[in-house]
Design a protein around this ligand. Sequence first.
Ligand code: NAD
Length: 482
Amino acid sequence: MTDYRLFIGGEWIESRSGRRLDAVNPFNQEVWATVPEADPADVDRAVAAARRTFDQTWSKTSGLARAQMMNRLADLLDQHAHRMAVLESTDNGKVIRETENQMHFAARNYRFFAGYADKLYGEVIPLDNPALLDYTLREPVGVCALIIAWNSPMQLLANKLAPALAAGNTVVVKPSEHASVTTLEFAKLVEEAGFPAGVFNVVTGGPAVGDYLTRHPGVDKISFTGGPGTGRVIARNASENLVPVTLELGGKSPNIIFADANLPRAITGAVAGIFAASGQSCIAGSRLLVERAVYDQVMDELVRRARRIRLGNPLEPATEMGPVANQPQYERILDRIEKGITEGARLVTGGTVKDPGLERGYFIAPTVFGDVAPEMTIAQEEIFGPVLSVIPFDNEDQAVSIANATNYGLAAGVWTENLSRAHRVARALKAGTVWVNTYRTSAAQAPFGGVKRSGYGRERGWHALAEYLVVKNVMIDLSQEC
Ligand code: NAD
């Protein structure tokens, strides 16, 4: 059992309040670590440290030096991937294979953005008046507040921190109260990589800490990953200080199987799309739209595979699905399953789990609802759990119209062997990411983010750098006249 401290200005300190939060293992409900609950004075101190380091050191550090530190950090994360994955799986219940892959993917993101750190130059702009020299500088925004959710802390952090550091910003990170441990462990790797004290600061705690941080007048930029309700509060907080904000919110992503698809591949994509990470993935393909001609065939195979998924201890390599991450989430998912039944959807498989050895874990079986109507709650609201709503459709236009008929627009999948249809539907879907004949595939180079209530701004890819840079225009009169 480890009692962690806050990481502020390069020091490990207790919170001013002395209060602590328990880290609970969702597999057995045991408290396995504690983290401090920061109070406003701690947040003030973290923002001041980030500001001091930004002004005095980091904004004067060359892109090459920043890149070298980021590459060292990536190497350290690769070296410590297994240990970090064990901690993350213990904290949020995600299976070790997934968390370990995510550590390496996070490392890949630090390397990708390190490559940009010494290439952030502006342009020279020819003006109408040739006596004027005009050019742009791309400068860091300053102190960034990064707020993340519990489902994939190290990956969500990399999405924000890698471009923020490459661009020359300093940060204050607030991980979720449900999974803070790896962010604090990661701070040790940041220290070891040689970053100056104050570049990376961590304050742990719940909504009150996040609220105080996002209203802080010393913060120049906010980036948030979490639910849409919290996103709204944070956008309001950002508006008080008129600072830019990036919002990565939830989704209710459609995964569309046309009758002309390679069905075995499509079904594998549909199963992984919803049941990976126990469905606690913002990009989960939680609505499966299936063309009526193959509906029964797809349903039968889907249900057979869902029942075969091996639940168990997330730390055991053979486990295919772990518990959901915490008690509030567990109760919320069960409540949504009840709602699906009440509204008349057909529960084909899933629900609660009574298997011996799993009694103390927050387990929910892979759950499939058939014959779901597009307007039902389970087809409209994000559940963030292993619950799939299967909706039949009759033709391409109807599929697109059902797919677009939610408030969300994070991701979508299309399964077809018809090339023209693939492009046509990809264009028609209202989503930040469209996958064709694959699902849930991420790349450091590919921009990621939402439209509609799934948020705004982009992470990953060069597009993410724009979120952490401001353009300054410099105009110089070269004429000799007095
Ligand atoms: P959440 O919104 O409850 O919490 C996210 C973070 O915000 C936590 O650190 C929390 O402490 C903090 N927070 C809560 N209230 C706050 C406030 N008033 N001011 C400032 N900070 C506050 O979300 P969650 O339950 O941790 O995560 C689940 C949600 O995250 C889902 O909706 C999911 O889709 C979304 N998510 C989105 C992405 C994406 O990239 N789009 C990725 C993962 C998760």
